[in-house]
Design a protein around this ligand. Structure first.
Ligand code: ZN
Ligand code: ZN
Length: 222
């Protein structure tokens, strides 16, 4: 079992390649840098056609724009939280920020797996638990590997920050509740949707994020 970050170029989100019995991607980037992503995969001995499961942390275009490429090439299962599945299926341009923010078009993609809080996804050695963490978007999820204490956090939590809460379906107070849920987990490795990841002692980022979001929401409420 191996975990590699193979994205994050340009506007792309980070893209995590999980090499296990089921070859899995967490997020797909915008698709604008598909060639770079494909090369990064091949260096690790995996072809884009080999991807069997594509897990999206949320609907935003910088994470889902590349879904179509992998779906077409690999015929993989595409998964996203049930609240955002229809946005991907219909190629929503507004809530996904595809048109309004990125000036691109999200291609509709068939979602075969609708994620729900508490789902367990067995990839082989890795078992990912789905934690619904709304706040950045209504259908944001984190994927938690309990035995190895790994958290794939999308745009809910970064190593030193949190995702924006001024976007469609965002809510800062809801994000604060989601972060408190994450604070109950043992977290060693934190693999966020943007920026650097950390493999050890990353729990501090959850606690810092709670302090930050609490201070912001109190300001907003006056
Ligand atoms: Zn993002
Ligand atoms: Zn986002």
């Amino acid at each position: 079992m191996r975990v590699h970050q193979i994205g994050g170029v340009g506007f792309d989100s980070n893209i995590y390649l999980l090499i296990d019995d089921v070859i899995t991607l967490i997020d797909a980037g915008t698709g604008m840098k598909f060639g770079v992503v494909a090369r990064n995969m091949k260096k690790l001995g995996v072809n884009p056609e080999d991807v069997e499961l594509l897990l999206n942390t949320h609907c935003h275009y910088d994470h889902t724009g590349g879904d179509k490429d992998f779906f077409m090439l690999a015929d993989c299962d595409v998964a996203v939280h049930e609240l955002e599945a229809d946005l991907i299926r219909s190629g929503d341009q507004i809530i996904t920020l595809a048109g309004s923010f990125f000036g691109k078009k999200l291609e509709p993609v068939e979602v075969s797996v609708e994620l729900r809080d508490g789902d367990h996804i067995k990839l082989g050695e890795l078992i990912l638990e789905v934690i619904h963490t709304p706040g950045h978007t209504m259908g944001s999820v984190c994927f938690y590997e309990r035995r190895r204490k790994l958290l794939f956090s999308g745009d809910t939590l970064f190593c030193g920050g949190v995702g924006r809460t001024d976007l469609p379906t965002s809510d800062a107070e809801t994000l604060a509740v989601s972060l408190r849920r994450l604070s109950e987990l043992d977290i060693d490795g934190l693999f966020p949707g943007h920026g650097p990841y950390e493999e050890k002692n990353a729990k501090k980022h959850v606690l810092d994020a709670i302090k930050y979001v609490d201070s912001q929401t109190k300001d907003t409420l006056g």
